[in-house]
Design a protein around this ligand. Structure first.
Ligand SMILES: Nc1ncnc2c1ncn2[C@@H]1O[C@H](COP(=O)(O)OP(=O)(O)OP(=O)(O)O)[C@@H](O)[C@H]1O
Ligand SMILES: [Mg+2]
Length: 270
């Protein structure tokens, strides 16, 4: 496989993100006299994400899903491996270049409100990334905020509200609006519906689906829930204890799971 260059996949689109031999281990010790324990959060993982697809990353709690997201966005430092986004190794580039790339790589968290300042009005929260990445001139920011609110199914007057005045689903819509504000190519969705009522989960998944179409996005969609993953993903990577044990098209993987852990996951669907 080519290292940093973009190539055509088999009948698929171009590679947007290529992860090669990525590892992140933590060494923990209860106290100075206790032996060290090594946690292999991410253990020599390789995979690609193709432009325009939704790649699901599924696995049990603690298997390393969030760590992969953090490493890709350089919110966490890798031990080994390469992460090429549009042909650039993001672990090797300078911070100033990384800042430019961050415009194209965004994240939606499980609990958006934890990352949203409760003192700021929704309009301010959405204006911040527009200013940071100079998406529109200053006199167009208000209009752009309204456009973003519309895109995620909120009302123009919601710009004056604060997060504590919104429902869980509405907060998640604000988190999504903030992620798409910089007009990214790639969005990591880390358990974006896990904290929501089942009835609201479907609405947010449908919103993410339609935004993907409308804005030409590519997703890495992290979840521990196969019912959610199968609803939205084109391909699925199954993670177990820091490794990807199986990767394939969603239909293929669900109909014909090969790894023992994937087979166990399928039983939850029945
Ligand atoms: N800063 C850290 N220091 C030590 N260990 C860590 C750190 N961050 C994560 N870990 C460990 O790394 C492993 C992977 O964690 P991670 O958060 O990536 O899992 P996850 O698959 O996202 O789990 P969940 O589904 O619960 O969100 C876990 O064992 C976790 O305890
Ligand atoms: Mg996680």
């Amino acid at each position: 496989m080519s290292k940093g260059t973009i190539r055509k996949g088999d009948g698929m689109n171009q590679i947007l993100l290529e992860v090669e031999n990525l590892s992140k281990h933590y060494t923990l010790r209860k106290d100075l006299l206790s032996p060290k324990t090594v946690i292999k959060a991410v253990d020599h993982i390789s995979f690609s994400v193709y432009e325009g697809e939704t790649l699901g990353l599924i696995g049990e709690s603690g298997c390393g899903k969030t760590t992969i997201g953090e490493l890709i966005l350089r919110l966490n430092k890798r031990d080994t491996g390469k992460i090429c986004f549009l042909g650039q190794d993001i672990a090797a580039i300078k911070e100033i270049e990384m800042r430019k790339l961050r415009k194209d790589m965004q994240i939606v968290f499980q609990q958006s409100q934890e990352t949203l300042d409760p003192k700021a009005a929704i309009g301010e929260l959405l204006a911040a990334p527009l200013r940071l990445h100079r998406i529109v001139p200053e006199d167009e920011i208000e209009g752009e905020v309204v456009r973003l609110l519309n895109l995620v199914g909120l009302q123009p007057q919601d710009q004056h509200k604060h997060t504590y005045q919104l429902s869980g689903g509405q907060k998640q819509r604000v988190g999504i609006a903030r992620a798409i504000a910089s007009r990214p190519k790639f969005v990591i969705c880390d358990e974006p519906v896990s904290a929501l009522d089942v009835s609201v989960q479907g609405q947010i998944l449908n919103l993410l689906k339609s935004l993907k179409q409308e804005l030409g996005l590519t997703y890495l969609f992290i979840s521990h829930d196969l019912k959610v993953i199968q609803h939205i993903c084109d391909r699925i990577a199954v993670m177990y204890k820091g490794k990807i044990v199986e990767i394939g098209s969603a239909a293929e993987l669900i109909q014909n799971p090969k790894h023992e852990y994937t087979k166990k996951l399928m039983q939850d669907l029945l």
